[in-house]
Design a protein around this ligand. Structure first.
Ligand code: 8NA
Ligand code: MG
Ligand code: MG
Ligand code: MG
Length: 336
């Protein structure tokens, strides 16, 4: 494909949907434990012989449901993020399809936003968990459209928009920082930044969280584990990095999967680079759809649509909408 931007934007949107759909069936299916690669290979072999008429489709979950609304909101407002527009979209989407597997607490935010007609789009999220706010990964899992929208803009703008999109549902700093880290990671993947500079930049961003020592120290700790594991080619990091629904215990795991899978993994040697990223991410176990989706967004952005095997387009729900949204965002970025 001669249009590199379109290639990367499509890869990003597709990668997120596929990671969500492919990770969905395994979400917490081994308790909090990881999966051996052999299990992933077995699972993925089913998809090679998939027949939609017989096998149906793997449905996307809340991760994609919310990312789609974020993309649609940006495509509608065009020049900026309008928090009330986005809040309304999240609420309407939730009421249309409540069974998408939303986090247990975030539905309270939707109900309160609905009752107040989203007058204060940030108000209800601040009341979560006795006003502590949610530190779940729900703000990070949907943030990749922000990275696409901010392509070519400054990092400050990117981080501000990630923050503004996050706080509609997540006001805990660890949840907001998770969204900013994921947005920055996707943005660097879209720019094709190599793994060494990528990791150095991520660490530099974490060090800049100086007003927020808890996020700085906890995320820094994760990146230090990651750096050592990448140097030793250690793949088994589910316990050290985490696989849970907290942003702190899933965003670093997705970033690790993206970086580690840039080098060959012996047991996944038959998979393309994109596929082995998603397989490694899902092998973490626990919150597999979300770790898979976040890693998929990065890998798709980095390798492009060309690296996404075509057979998955028949397996997963929502892929054609994802392609259309990516094309809309390409057009928007070129106009802005
Ligand atoms: P959320 O805001 O409800 O947070 C998710 C969970 O994290 C909460 O239900 C709590 O258990 C915990 N949590 C968050 N903040 C705090 C806090 N301050 N104190 C104590 N506990 C806290 O929803 P979200 O949007 O962040 O959740 C995203 C995740 O939930 C994704 O993985 C998504 O796929 C979904 N998910 C759904 C299911 C399901 O079967 N319905 C299972 C796992 C994950
Ligand atoms: Mg192409
Ligand atoms: Mg989900
Ligand atoms: Mg999940």
């Amino acid at each position: 494909c001669e249009d590199e931007l379109q290639e990367r934007f499509r890869g990003c949107m597709l990668g997120a949907v596929l990671g969500d759909c492919l990770g969905g069936p395994l979400e917490f299916k081994n308790g909090n434990n990881s999966f051996p690669f052999s299990r992933l290979k077995r699972e993925f072999r089913l998809y090679d012989a998939w027949e939609p008429e017989r096998d149906g489709v793997l449905e996307f979950t809340d991760d994609t449901a919310m990312a789609r609304q974020l993309a649609y909101s940006l495509l509608e407002t065009r020049t900026h993020l309008d928090p009330r527009n986005l809040a309304r979209r999240f609420v309407d989407e939730y009421h249309r399809e409540q069974g998408r597997g939303y986090g247990e607490a975030v539905t309270e935010v939707f109900e309160k936003l609905h009752k107040s007609d989203c007058r204060d789009p940030y108000g209800p999220a601040k009341e979560q968990f006795k006003t502590e706010g949610s530190f779940g990964n729900g703000a990070a899992m949907r943030v990749h459209p922000v990275a696409m929208f901010c392509h070519g803009r400054s990092r400050t703008e990117l981080l501000e928009m990630a923050d503004a999109s996050a706080r509609i549902t997540h006001s805990h700093q660890l949840g907001v920082r998770g969204a900013q880290l994921q947005a920055y990671a996707v943005s660097m993947a879209l720019d094709g930044v190599d793994s060494k500079a990528f990791l150095a930049n991520m660490l530099e961003l974490v060090e800049s969280f100086s007003e927020d020592p808890k996020s700085k120290h906890t995320y820094r700790y994760k990146f230090e584990i990651m750096r050592k594991a990448l140097a030793t080619k250690n793949d088994d990091l589910a316990i050290a990095l985490g696989n849970g629904v907290a942003a702190l215990h899933s965003v670093p795991s997705a970033i690790f999967s993206f970086l580690r899978a840039q080098s060959p993994i012996e047991q996944l040697r038959d998979s393309s680079r994109f596929v082995r990223t998603v397989q490694l991410a899902i092998s973490f176990g626990g919150d597999t759809d979300t770790i898979g989706s976040m890693a998929g967004a990065m890998a798709g952005a980095y390798y492009g649509e060309v690296d996404v095997p075509e057979n998955f387009l028949d397996v997963c729900e929502g892929v054609y909408d994802a392609i259309k949204q990516a094309d809309g965002l390409v057009k928007l970025v070129r106009e802005n």
